[in-house]
Design a protein around this ligand. Structure first.
Ligand code: ZN
Length: 130
């Protein structure tokens, strides 16, 4: 048995719960996936408006990928089906967010092009209406 197989097959127990590399992947996926709720909540509280930051989608993508890998390893059809397609809206939302962030808008005051997400025109300093 080569070294990489030994690491993957290594199993230990913590407080009577069996742990191995694959369970670590599954728990890591759970932790990443669960943490996204705190990120979204924090962003919403900060802006006092419902906000879904890009970090939410990145954590969704990372967590669901770990859980999909775990599901594939354990041959668990429920896990596999639950996470096989969730990456589609996550990536789509990141693409749309990137497009909006990179879009340019013309300032009504000075006609300077600025980011669509800017709060003030970088050229004349006028507040950009929403
Ligand atoms: Zn301007």
């Amino acid at each position: 048995m080569d070294a990489s197989v030994c690491v993957l097959a290594a199993q230990t127990s913590l407080l009577g719960v069996d742990l191995d590399v694959w369970k670590a992947v599954g728990w890591l996926g759970n932790a990443i996936f669960f943490s996204r709720f705190f990120i979204q909540w924090w962003a919403t509280e900060k802006k006092q408006a419902v906000v879904v930051p890009n970090a939410f989608w990145w954590l969704s993508l990372g967590g669901s990928l770990c859980l999909l890998v775990y599901g594939i390893h354990t041959h668990d059809s429920i896990f596999i089906f639950a996470y096989a397609f969730t990456w589609i809206p996550y990536i789509r939302n990141l693409m749309i967010s990137s497009r909006v962030k990179n879009a340019l808008v013309i300032c009504g005051q000075c006609q300077h092009a600025h980011s669509a997400t800017a709060k003030f025109c970088p050229e004349c300093g006028v507040k950009i209406p929403r």
